[in-house]
Design a protein around this ligand. Structure first.
Ligand code: SF4
Length: 299
């Protein structure tokens, strides 16, 4: 009954189509066949039909089991398997077969590993560069529990974009991301820039978890203070009744307003909309930022 109430009040603008068709089957088969994972499937992303039909997906390294229990996330929590040393090469094979020119990679949180999984990110980025196919690599990394040496490993491998989501406003961290720290996430983005000033950085928030508009503004300002180049803003959707509730559905018009504000604050890449996720149209955002950087223009 509760589930029906939740479903019935879900506005049409946050309902994505059920993924089906040949392109969906092909991507799933290539990924599955190599024992890889995607956050698209693990998080049951509503954009799969749209993304897969354009050959877009986000790989998820280090297995499908996460060591954290963020209340917004559908990814399974538990004791993960040890890292698979062949995973970077298998991911490269999948990338070649799919003919990708821009690859987005994330991982589960691996607080059980001394470096949080940073070496696996670095090895994967390097393996993709070794293909010599001009592939751009965007990484969406966890906070590595604030380890500078872990972050250094990833930055040294030269991704095109380093993304780290703050996810929500600091007041909601204890109930949404209990093992994370807002300041630690901001610090990570700041350090990434100080390690490589040319590295493009990106972050994102989910809206609808109970945050106030003024709190979102403060977070956006603080992201700009650490020179974050791009931002994504999307509607939080509840994966199950065991997850954090949707406190509010932000309207499409409000997302448009957030986009305008973010651009005014100086973000060069902005994606803001109900179904925007941190990897949604990542290549377009990357190209947008590169264009602004190369021309010296701002929005
Ligand atoms: S938005 Fe990101 S996670 Fe969702 S289907 Fe597209 S690539 Fe996958």
């Amino acid at each position: 009954m509760v589930e029906n109430i939740e479903k019935s009040r879900t506005p049409s603008w946050v309902k994505g189509p059920i993924p089906r068709g040949e392109k969906v089957r092909r991507i799933r088969s290539i990924v599955h066949h190599r024992g890889l994972h995607t956050v698209c499937e693990s998080a049951a992303c509503p954009n799969r039909q749209d993304c897969y039909s354009q050959g877009k997906l986000t790989f998820m390294l280090l297995g499908s089991i996460c060591t954290r229990n963020c209340t917004f996330c559908k990814v399974e929590t538990g004791k993960p398997l040890p890292p698979d040393p062949d995973e970077p090469e298998r991911l490269c094979e999948a990338v070649k077969e799919l003919g990708l020119k821009y690859v987005v990679i994330t991982s589960v949180c691996r607080d059980d590993l001394p470096d949080g999984g940073a070496a696996q990110f670095a090895q994967t980025i390097r393996a993709l560069h070794r293909l010599n196919l001009g592939i751009g690599v965007e990484v969406l990394i966890p906070d590595f529990r604030g380890s500078l040496s872990a972050l250094e490993k990833v930055v040294a491998a030269q991704p095109a974009v380093l993304n780290h989501n703050v996810e929500t406003v600091p007041r909601l961290y204890p109930e949404v991301r209990p093992q994370a720290k807002y300041c630690r996430s901001l610090e990570l983005l700041k350090r990434a820039k100080s390690l490589n000033g040319g590295l493009l950085t990106k972050s994102g928030l989910m809206l609808g978890l109970g945050e106030r508009e003024d709190e979102v503004m403060v977070v956006m300002e603080e992201l700009r203070k650490v020179e974050c180049d791009s931002i994504t803003l999307g509607q939080y959707l509840r994966p199950s009744l065991g997850h954090h509730e949707v406190v509010r559905y932000v309207t499409p018009d409000e997302f448009v307003q957030y986009e305008a504000i973010a651009r005014k604050m100086g973000f060069l890449g902005v994606a803001s909309g109900p179904l925007v996720r941190s990897s949604f149209n990542a290549i377009d955002l990357f190209n947008e930022v590169r264009l602004y950087k190369s021309t010296g223009l701002t929005y």
